[in-house]
Design a protein around this ligand. Structure first.
Ligand SMILES: [Zn+2]
Ligand SMILES: [Zn+2]
Length: 347
């Protein structure tokens, strides 16, 4: 099969199309013919070497996968060839540990992140994913939408519903509001009954951010501390919850945007940069610093149902053939994409 293989960390030139062996499913594997694979900032930092934890090269990138089942291992019960499926971000969890048993499989010590670990990922014609990490795509949900559901919608459902515990009436700040995560965070925060303030440094994304349901939009220059303007937009005191999709560059502005007792939920923190922080800045305001890392299968299934019922809209900007992977990564690095960009390995 054709696949994009990364043999060593580096720039766009390390993304190489290769002919590699077709994968053969193990006992618990579902073999999926990839129809669409979302392009995530995660793959940029895996490819360029910023992310090292859990990474095994050579590797095939890609974890935002939807497609059709073509074969299953002998122990697979829930799926059969022909099923339309989407995957969570992992190819393997143990299924037995205290995390897997309590809805925290995203931090299973055995988990293998799809596309980080060896020659199995979604930038390819086929991928193997154990059935614990696969979900059926409901009728009426396209494979375009399904491919980005786990990462771009399920992670935000995790952040807003489980980790951030957003309640009706909460004031919520969404950073990176026009990006692939942010556009879905706004929709889910609205669905949870929040008053939503969105910040973005991209004026061209403002219209989309408003269309997603943000009550207030704060446009800022990169590097600017937007916290005073967020406080003003909140009515003066700041917000109850920050859903931060950007990381280090906005960390302190996001923290200062919180009202007393607020919760800062980290969602996409992969820039590799340190931030200055005095712990008293959290303690004296009673702030909580929290993380929502990827998506459980339950959150993936719930997110697919939200799309099927028309309560959340998956925002896909464009679909490129697999051969244009370098262009896709370049645009991801430049932060110019509103919503999500997809790769199509069938073209
Ligand atoms: Zn992703
Ligand atoms: Zn486990």
């Amino acid at each position: 099969m054709k696949a994009i293989v990364v043999r060593e960390p580096g720039g766009l030139d390390v993304l190489r199309m290769e002919e590699v062996p077709d994968p053969t499913p193990g006992p618990r594997d579902v073999k999926i013919q990839v129809a669409r694979c979302g392009v995530c900032f995660h793959e940029v930092v895996t490819r360029n070497g910023t992310l090292r934890r859990g990474v095994l090269m050579p590797l095939i990138l890609g974890h935002e996968i939807a497609g059709t089942v073509t074969a299953v291992g002998r122990d697979v019960r829930e799926f059969r060839p022909g099923d339309r499926v989407a995957t969570a971000q992992r190819s393997h969890i143990c299924g037995q540990c205290r995390f897997c048993r309590t809805g925290m499989e995203t931090v299973c010590p055995e988990h293998k992140f799809l596309g980080d670990y060896g020659m199995n990922g979604g930038y390819a014609e086929y991928v193997l994913v154990e059935e614990d990490n696969v979900a059926l795509v409901p009728d009426g949900v396209t494979l375009d939408a399904a491919s980005i559901t786990a990462c771009a919608i399920g992670t935000e459902l995790n952040a807003i519903r489980e980790v951030g515990r957003v309640q009706p009436g909460d004031r919520v700040l969404v950073t990176g509001a026009g990006g692939g995560l942010g556009v879905h965070a706004i929709q889910l925060a609205r669905l949870a009954g929040a008053f939503v303030i969105a910040v973005t440094s991209s004026p061209e994304k403002e219209a989309l951010v408003r269309e997603m349901g943000a009550h207030e939009v704060v446009l800022f220059e990169r590097g600017e501390d937007f916290s005073d303007r967020v406080k003003a937009a909140s009515g003066g005191d700041g917000v109850d919850v920050v859903i931060d999709n950007v990381g280090s560059p906005v960390f302190n502005a996001a923290r200062r945007s919180l009202d007393q007792g607020g919760r800062l939920v980290l969602v996409g923190e992969l820039t590799g940069d340190f931030v200055p922080l005095n712990p008293a800045q959290l303690f004296l305001k009673g702030l909580s610093l929290l993380s929502a890392k990827s998506t459980t299968r339950k959150q993936l299934q719930d997110s697919l149902q939200l799309i099927a019922r028309g309560q959340v809209r998956a925002i896909v900007t464009e679909t490129l053939p697999l051969t244009q992977v370098a262009a896709a990564h370049r645009r991801m690095e430049q932060g110019r994409i509103s919503g999500r960009l997809l790769l199509d390995p069938t073209r």
